[in-house]
Design a protein around this ligand. Structure first.
Ligand code: HMG
Ligand code: MG
Length: 313
């Protein structure tokens, strides 16, 4: 076995996909183990070396809310010292103006705000109502854009919410278009608790298209709680979406959504895309080696099937 699948392209799918790596942020924000800053920096460096075109590095959120990422400034300062402008291009989460100020102080160029599609999760994750979260984002995004930054908008709980159950697609489209209206360049649609299924993915993408939002502005962010993440990527590819969030080794979850388990593993996504002959530019062995190394720091094996199949001791 070569460590890569045979390639058998499927007609009608995109030729190239961007993998948006969220392991250092979405993965590590949920770890019980406190990961030393130097290990986080090495994680980011290794992911870049493996060819991941975008690596979301950390979050400038309140350190009491997410203590795992309280070292965000220290991490980014160290990465900038080492990588210079390459590090300033790494996206970070900022929920509000205070977070943006912290990112601007370091000269970072890409930020992401994160909205909830549901009332309950807006309150649990952001301490805001569904409506007032946008009052927090509005000045944050306006100032970010004025400073020439790129803003990504996440929407969480797009396919279901652990407290509210089913989430109507129109409600997700409303939240997403509000972020786009505020100037988000790309919208990442989050299946925060991993309940999405393939038909639902197509329905949501179509609803955005009906609202005038093309697939070129969408990214899909799956969690693999029910083992549906790759089926959902396939549905997204059939609908024409070309950006997929993934987390090395399948790390992740959300500290304010207890039912959120790991993200779609980057390795599983790379294996899948490679099999379909879709270009992604990522070195699978490099990511597997990185996840295997990180699993050693975290003290538990990666949940990714591809990591388990390919990693050697
Ligand atoms: P709050 O308590 O309402 O904050 O929290 P506040 O605005 O009332 O401010 C209270 C104090 O916190 C003030 O200090 C602020 O300066 C300070 P004081 O004046 O009292 O001394 N403060 C901050 N300090 C540092 N950095 C900041 C910051 N903001 C305020 N950015 C807040 C509101 C939004 C800050 C809080 O709820 C928070 O940090 N939430 C973040 C939760 C989080 O990170 N969740 C995980 C990410 S979302 C996710 O994972 C989903 C996603 O992956 C997609 C998917 O899977 O669906 C993206
Ligand atoms: Mg997530």
């Amino acid at each position: 076995m070569s460590g890569l699948p045979m390639t058998a392209p499927e007609p009608g799918l995109p030729e190239r996909v961007t993998i948006y790596e969220v392991g250092p942020r979405d993965g590590l924000q949920n770890e019980a183990t406190s990961v030393p800053t130097a290990v986080k920096a090495e994680f980011v460096r290794r992911l870049l070396a493996a060819g991941l075109p975008v690596v979301e590095a950390t979050s400038f959120v309140h350190p009491k809310w997410v203590p795992q990422l309280a070292d965000a400034a220290e991490l980014m300062t160290g990465l900038i010292a080492e990588l210079g402008d390459r590090a300033r291009e790494l996206p970070v989460l900022v929920p509000n103006e205070r977070g943006l100020d912290r990112a601007l102080d370091l000269g970072l160029r890409h930020v992401a705000v994160f909205a909830s599609a549901t009332e309950t999760f807006a309150q649990k994750n952001l301490n805001r109502t569904l409506d007032s979260q946008f009052e927090m984002f509005e000045p944050t995004m306006a100032r970010a854009l004025e400073a020439g930054l790129d803003v990504r908008g996440y929407v969480s709980m797009c396919f279901g919410d652990p407290w509210e159950g089913a989430v109507p697609v129109e409600q997700v489209v409303r939240a997403g278009t509000r972020l786009l209206d505020l100037g988000a360049k790309q919208l990442s649609l989050g299946d925060t608790i991993g309940v999405a299924t393939a038909g639902h993915v197509k329905q949501l993408v179509a609803a955005f298209s009906d609202a005038g939002v093309g697939v070129d502005r969408l990214a899909l962010h799956f969690h693999d709680t029910y083992g549906q993440a790759l089926a959902n990527v396939h549905a997204g590819l059939q609908a024409g979406v070309t950006t997929y969030d993934a987390s090395a080794g399948g790390l992740g979850g959300c500290p304010y959504a207890k039912s959120a388990t790991g993200n779609l593993a980057t390795e599983d996504l790379v294996w899948f895309l490679t099999g379909l002959g879709i270009e992604h530019g990522v070195d699978l062995a490099g990511v597997v080696g990185t996840s295997h190394w990180m699993a050693g720091h975290l003290g538990r094996p990666s949940p990714s099937a591809v990591v388990r199949a390919l990693a050697t001791t």
